[in-house]
Design a protein around this ligand. Structure first.
Ligand code: IPE
Ligand code: IPE
Ligand code: MG
Length: 243
């Protein structure tokens, strides 16, 4: 606790950016219109996160289950993510934002061109230190944990590690981004109360916020309200209050 009785600002905030489709449908527009409008919300929230002193911001952009959406919506989302990277990466770079992707970028359904832009963007921004922005793209927490288990099993089978030494730290170290701290606060917009395969391992002691606001209407003020609420909470990590 700091002198004002509040917990420090969360180091890592992770967001499930949900409600784009409903936002568009409420306006009689196609769902993809909502995704396009979500970009404004994302950039306002990035600026807000920097203003609050948050170090890590992870955003759920496309899940391993989102391939089951209609073909035209999937195609739009792929193109949209690629365009967004190309249009905004210089600006993010100038703001001191380091961009990193987690998820299965090697999936053959992800185009070589997009894969290349992802790698270029990570390289371009790798020295930035103001904020690390993690795009969870073609991300599924179960796939992440399966891949970690497979890598550890392969290492054990090859005699590289003793299975008895595999502990929570070893599993965490085999996830997509070993250096990523666990999220302190997970926000899901649009009033849905579920994780939808987002950061299952890392969420063990996260605090949650479920604002009703649909993602395209989300602003830095909504982020600040979630953070202010978080700072008033007591986190116990299995211990006792104040202990
Ligand atoms: C979240 O908005 C964005 C993605 C999943 C890419 P949705 O598209 O899920 O919007 P709703 O939940 O249908 O309103
Ligand atoms: C989670 O939202 C994925 C993203 C926001 C990218 P969904 O809208 O896909 O999740 P469900 O289907 O409501 O659980
Ligand atoms: Mg949704």
């Amino acid at each position: 606790m700091s002198g004002d009785g509040l917990r420090p600002v969360p180091r890592h905030v992770a967001i499930v950016m949900d409600g784009n489709g409903r936002w568009a449908e409420a306006r009689g527009e196609p769902r993809i219109y909502g995704h396009a409008r979500g970009e404004t919300a994302l950039f306002d929230v990035i600026e807000g996160a920097i203003g609050l002193g948050i170090e890590w911001l992870t955003v759920y952009a496309f899940s391993t289950e989102n391939w089951s959406r209609p073909d035209d919506e999937v195609a739009f989302l792929m193109q949209f993510n690629e365009d967004l990277l190309l249009r905004r990466r210089e600006e993010l770079d100038a703001m001191g934002v380091r961009i990193v992707f987690i998820g299965d970028r090697d999936d053959p359904r992800v185009s070589d061109r997009l894969r290349g832009h992802i790698a270029d963007t990570e390289a371009l921004t790798s020295d930035n230190r103001v904020l690390t922005l993690v795009f969870a793209f073609n991300y599924g927490a179960r796939r992440e944990i399966v891949e970690a288990a497979r890598a550890l099993a392969a290492s054990a089978a090859a005699g590289g590690i003793d299975p008895e030494t595999i502990d929570a730290a070893a599993i965490a170290g085999a996830l997509y981004l070993a250096e990523m701290p666990d999220p302190d606060l997970i926000i899901r917009s649009s009033g849905e109360l579920r994780l939808s395969n987002f950061l299952l391992w890392q969420a063990a002691y996260a605090e949650f916020a479920f604002p009703d606001t649909l993602w395209p209407d989300f602003t830095r003020e909504h982020l600040a309200a979630c953070v202010a609420d978080y700072r008033r909470r007591g986190r116990r990590f299995g211990g006792v209050a104040g202990g």
